[in-house]
Every structure is written in structure tokens, then in C-alpha cells.
Design a protein around this ligand. Sequence first.
Ligand code: ADP
Length: 500
Amino acid sequence: MAVPSTKPAVLPQVQEFLDRSHGLFIDGEFRPAAQGGTLSVLDPATGEQIATVAAATAVDVDAAVAAARAAQPGWATLAPSAKADLMWKLGEALEQRAQEFGQLESLDNGKPMGESGALDVPLCASLFKYYAGWITKLEGETMTPAGGLDMHVYTLREPVGVVGAIIPWNFPLLMCGYKLGPALAAGNTVVLKPAEQTPLSALRLAALMAEIGFPAGVVNVITGDGPDAGAPLAAHRDVDKITFTGENATGAKIIQASTGNMKKLTLELGGKSPSLVFADADLDAAVEGTFGAVYFNQGQCCIAGARVFVHSSIRDAFVAKLAERVRQVKLGPGLDADTTMGPLVSAEQRDRVNSLIASGLEQGATAVVGGAPVSDPALADGFYVEPTLFTDVTPDMTIMRQEIFGPVAMVSTFETDEEAIALANDTAFGLASGIWTRDVGRTHRVAKAIRAGVVWVNTYGMFDVAIPYGGFKASGYGKELGREAMEPYLQTKTVWIDLS
Ligand code: ADP
């Protein structure tokens, strides 16, 4: 008897979208790149080409920025309730299309549907709804000069103008929401550049925004690679602000490119986050939470809490349970219902992670699980990496210093709280951290001592539209999510009126 396939068919509307020729979205219309270039989009589960998109160059960036500039005053002055209406409708439309966007995202990025359709799309939808709410609540202040001058002084909260949003491939749709939500709510217009590996959901989102009635030019999407499309956007003299999520080396280039017109910047960069498991932790919860902290999204998370420090008294029990959990991972295509871990985004990323795993072995770490390239012939054409759990790691190893962006955990031990804090802080990054303990005093002491933008206690990777998120140290600056994320998209104008 034939075993029924667990693989859902690709939805007709997803297939129809994949089969389109994908232009750049500029001034409300899709058009080919001026120089005619294209990029192939691959399914990471098979390595097969699933779509072709236009490859923008500086000429297209100029056109997109000009469209955004022309549309900005109209968008800023559109009635707040009308803007809020559009944003809310976009959130609702995404909710209704969770399966469609989820499939598209899984095909483009590789992630399981349980993550894309169930988490990424609904969270993106809730971002648009949440920021819709802020649009009607942006107010300046009336102020009294401290020197007792006879002046009427007030502030206006104005948009910065045209925003360039440059985003990565690990959460392609969600990153659109992180950037577009607060940027549009504040009255800016946007030129969005998705990652070259994963341009599809941004293009589908642009089409949806046009269907809903967003005015032409408010959001423009230019697909293309970093040097040809990203760099001219980052350097463009008529762009007022860049919001960027990606790796530190690119962040440094964006800072340099911003100096031409002193652009405002929001940078969400890399991480090397610690997970601290204390002796009094609920062991099963700590194991499950650490598993998620390391392996969620195939480990391709800047917040991955993969430097795992465990109190020596529970080390053996913790490693045994975590190893058992990692062995339960079912590798496979994102669209298969029983897949719990998909492929990495690209062959380049797979090879990079495999070579970091090899460096761990060479430098003396022990692979309790994984440690070798995937051997299953059924997965040979995809960009899969074997989930790996290392022990016997030391702080100087490459795997403990470099961001891996793959499914790899490094477990080592500590004796005292002070040692745990020192190990946690022994990194140039400061994005996130996790603490597993049932001791209230220790929770507060350690949370205060860790130099990172987020501390999760007895949980990991929690996100909410209303709660700010962003890094310390080399992990960047400017918060995302919540009210605080609106700030970098606004500027305060002070008006003085002499009453004498
Ligand atoms: P990764 O190496 O993991 O792909 P990047 O930081 O290079 O991470 O990519 C994040 C985003 O930055 C992508 O959209 C990419 O195209 C873009 N990018 C890469 N190089 C540049 C650059 N020099 N200027 C502007 N954007 C760039």
C-alpha cells in the first residue's frame, strides 16, 4: 500500500506567483531592471530554480528613491485615520493569506511551514496592526522655557523623509514588517531592498499593498545584490535614513556610506548570545528552551543562544537530555508536514557552517551529535546541515567567537555565578541572553550584570510587537518593535513664538 505523502501541494496562487516575471516595484508598478539584469531564486530544499527576479543597479535605485521622495509629502499629510486604515487592512490581508505567504517563504528560505505560516506571517501581520495604532497618537508637546522667557514653544513630531530598508534572508517577510511598520506609521516613504537569496515575499507584499490601495511610491521594492543594489541605496544622497539588519561587516560599510549626507541609522547586527543554565533550573524546561534558543530557524537567528554555559553539577544530565532532543530533529523540505528543521538558505551558507563545524573538531571540541556533513542521499541536493552539539569547548575556539548562523550548540561549564556572568559577557556582541534559574535574587543580579539588549529568564526568543528589541555593544543601535522603534523614524522640530 502506498504511503500517503505528507507534503502539501503548492497552492495555485503560490505557483502562479512563482511563474510570473518579477520586476522591481517602483512608483506602484512592476518594471524590469534598467540594465535588464536578473537573479535566480533557488529552493534551498532542492537547489532548483523556482523564480527569476530583476537585478537592480544604481539607475533603478535612483528611480525608486525619486518615487519615494515624490510620494512622501502626500503620505505624511494623508489623514492619520486613512493611513491607519491601510496599515490595519494590510495586517488583516496577511492574516487571511498566512498559508500562501507561509508557503512562499518556506520555498524561498527553506524554513518549515510550522515556523513560516504559523509564526512569521502572523507576527508580521500583527506588526502592521500594532503600528496602525500609533499613527493616530503621534503628538508633540507644549513647553515652558526654563529661563522664564515670554515665548510660546511647542514641538512637532515629523517623519525623517525617505527611508532605505536593507534586510537579510533569515526572516524575509518579518523583516519587512519590522522596518515598514514604524517607518510608514511615522509618515516616511520607503525603498526596501530584500536579500538577494530571498526576495519573493517582499515582492508579494508590495503587490498586496498596491491591491489594498497604498499610494504609488510609498513603498518601493528593489531586488538585487548587495554591491549593485544595496550599496547605491546606502550611499544615496536623497535617502534620509537607512534601517539595516545583517552582518557586522556590511553594517560597517553602511556606516561609511552614510557619511555623504549624514544619514540617520538603525543597525541590527550580529550576536553571539549566551544561555546560562544554573544548578537550580528546571532541567527539562532548560533543555527544551535551550534547544529552541540554538536550533530555531535552522540556527539562522542573530539572537541564537548557542554559547551554552551549564553549572558543572548538572552538566552530564543536561548534555544527555539536550543530545536526545537534538537527535529527534527531522530534517527535510520546509513544505513537508513532518519536517522540524529545513535546509539552510544557500549552498554558500551550508558550506560556511560546515567549515565552522570542522574548525570546532580541529580545535578539540567533541561533537556529541552531528559534526559531519549530511549523509542522507535524499537530502543531497538541498542545503542541509546536520544539527550539531559540541562539548569540550574553550572560549578561544573559532566556534565560540564567530557568529555561526547555523544549527550548532557549544556547551561548557561554570562553577560560580560570577564566572557565568564573565563567560556570558566575553564577546564583542551584546544582542541577547538567556538565564535558567528558579532563584529570584539570582535572576535579578544576573539580568543586571549581563551586557546585552535582551535577557530572557526561563524562556528564550520571545518577541512581541509592543516590546522593544535591539542590541548593545557591537550588535548595533536603535531599537525595533514597540513604541521605541518609532523614535528613529521621527525627528522633533521646535517652534518658538515671541509673545512680547
Ligand atoms: P549575509 O552575508 O548573511 O547575507 P549581509 O549583511 O551581507 O548578510 O546581507 C544583509 C543585506 O545587506 C542583504 O540585503 C544584502 O544584499 C545587503 N548588502 C550586502 N552588502 C551590502 C553593501 N555593501 N551595501 C548595502 N547593502 C549590502
